[in-house]
Design a binder for this molecule. Structure first.
Ligand code: KIV
Ligand code: ZN
Length: 514
């Protein structure tokens, strides 16, 4: 079997961002985009420019910065103002792609778009033709193809190819398909559509039945040569196909697929951690490839087997996905050199003054802990990054609690103009008192809807990481994260992080939705 190249289209910054609470600001998206380039993706879908000024700006900045390292793609509906906004946002991109499309299932035509099949065909063709006036690289998506009449889908594909589409994307938007079914749909397309061999067929699967990876791979077996996916499987509802899963399946089973990707798999774990840290969406421990337990062996029989020969219970070498351990042990006695070396190995580059701040944080933590692990360093760097550009900065906090007694908190906050604000409150517990004290100083409507604490590493002295979600007055959900060896401080930082993000986003109204 000859080996074919399957392109990896990453949509973490677009469909992934549609995960509730995963919204990212432009700087965070740029950081992920840089890592996606290191990972070796073929296409970055950077956003949906018409949807908000923030999305527009992200596409502009990513397009300008990425150069020709990979294709930068912008989403649009089959509507002229969407396509024009996508083209404008991509103006500085070296390899721009416009992704446009329309619903094709009866449900979408009848209930959402309220148009006939012929009108959908007309709008699709017009959209592709308009997009082609801006770029030669035009991808068309047939939304909800997984539930569409195959004959109509073939006709739609035929028409958009004639209109100039260079990639035809077959999304299982609702995660309804199962592998045999989805493979046949792609196989039918390859058989019935003239000129299909001259374009790239793409698959874009959602995970509502937990079948996104299987469906994407079935699509590849039937002839698709692009997979749309997200890091950690983020995405609308149950998420999209997980990048790490399809990439490793293709790599581990060349006998089945005869296909390879251009992904540098050693960057997978680092990418996963970065996305988790920025979005605040924790990876489940048993998640394939990137979960904390993906290479952990617990039963005595398994441990015995692995110690004799790793492959008895392990089909992937952890080093192949970048899950190998560190050999330098960082403690309070480690100097700047060792810390800088380790940070660089972890992919963090920073200016001297920023490094000095991290070094001070590192020493403070190392004083409390015997050993500082990679995960601690990632949390420290993440903590620093979260404070850049804050509207309000938490300067001091004091909390009193105990039994009996009334939990009371006092906080001191500094605003952008340097004004120092102080207030106190009592509450049902220390975190409640703290959040009430912060609310007395930062007057912004919000409801705390989720609060979770987890330890970044092992042991009683581990750094605690608090992730929270707050719902703003307009219904939008914002995530906040904070890390510290004192979980009360971590809780305060997480709340400040969420409120700062909410305040930044308050100036950015979402106008359009898919
Ligand atoms: O799931 C879907 O159909 C999409 C399209 C916009 C490509 O995300
Ligand atoms: Zn999608």
């Amino acid at each position: 079997m000859s080996t074919d190249r399957v392109r990896i289209f990453d949509t973490t910054l677009r469909d992934g961002e549609q995960s509730p609470g995963a919204s990212m600001n432009t700087e965070e998206k740029l950081e992920i985009a840089r890592q996606l380039v290191r990972l070796g993706v073929d296409v970055i879908e950077a956003g949906f420019p018409i949807s908000s000024p923030g999305d527009f700006e992200s596409v502009v900045r990513i397009g300008a910065e990425i150069g020709d390292a990979c294709v930068v793609c912008a989403l649009s509906r089959a509507i002229p103002k969407d396509i024009e906004a996508a083209a404008e946002a991509l103006a500085a991109a070296k390899r721009p792609r416009i992704h446009t499309g329309i619903g094709v299932s009866e449900s979408h035509l009848r209930d959402k778009l309220r148009i006939s099949r012929d009108e959908a065909l007309e709008r699709a063709v017009a959209a592709v033709k308009l997009a082609r006036t801006f770029t030669e690289d035009v991808e068309f998506y047939a939304e909800d193809a997984g539930r569409a009449d195959p004959e109509f889908l073939y006709r739609m594909a035929q028409d958009v190819i004639r209109a100039g589409a260079t990639v035809v994307n077959i999304p299982d938007t609702t995660g309804y398909a199962y592998p045999e079914d989805f493979g046949s749909l792609i196989g039918g397309l390859m058989e019935h559509v003239d000129g299909i061999e001259d374009v790239t067929v793409s698959v874009h699967c959602h995970n509502d039945l937990g079948l996104a990876t299987a469906n994407s791979l079935a699509g590849v077996k039937a002839g698709a040569r692009q997979i749309e996916c997200t890091v950690n499987g983020l995405g609308e509802r149950a998420g999209n196909t997980a990048l790490e899963e399809v990439v490793m399946a293709l790599k581990q089973r060349p006998d089945v697929f005869g296909a390879e990707t251009g992904i540098n798999t050693r960057e997978i774990v680092r990418t996963s951690r970065l996305v988790s840290s920025i979005t605040g969406i924790v990876v489940q421990p048993n998640k394939a490839i990137v979960g904390a337990n993906a290479f952990a062996h617990s039963s005595g029989i398994h441990q015995d087997g692995v110690l004799k020969e790793r492959t008895t219970y392990e089909i992937i070498d952890p080093a192949d996905v970048g899950a190998g351990g560190s050999s330098i042990v960082l403690t309070a006695r480690s100097g700047r050199h060792a810390l800088r070396h380790r940070l660089e190995e972890l992919g963090f580059e920073m200016a001297e003054d920023e490094f000095e701040r991290i070094y001070a944080d590192f020493l403070a933590l190392a004083d409390k802990k015997k050993e500082v692990y990679d995960e601690d360093l990632e949390a420290l760097v993440g903590e620093r990054e979260r404070t850049i550009g804050e509207t309000y900065h938490l300067q001091e906090l004091h909390v009193m609690c105990g039994e009996p007694g009334v939990p009371t908190a006092t906080v001191q906050i500094v605003d952008r103009d340097g004004n120092v604000l102080v207030d106190s409150s009592h509450g049902t517990g220390p975190v409640d008192a703290l959040y009430k004290a912060i609310n007395r100083l930062i007057d912004v409507e919000n409801d705390l809807i989720e609060f979770s604490v987890q330890s970044v590493t092992r042991g009683i002295d581990a750094l605690g990481e608090v992730t929270i979600r707050v719902r703003a007055g307009d219904g939008r959900v914002f995530t906040g994260r904070g890390a510290h060896s004192d979980i009360i401080v971590a809780s305060a930082r997480a709340y400040m992080n969420a409120l700062n993000r909410l305040l930044v986003a308050a100036s950015t109204d979402i106008h359009e939705e898919l």
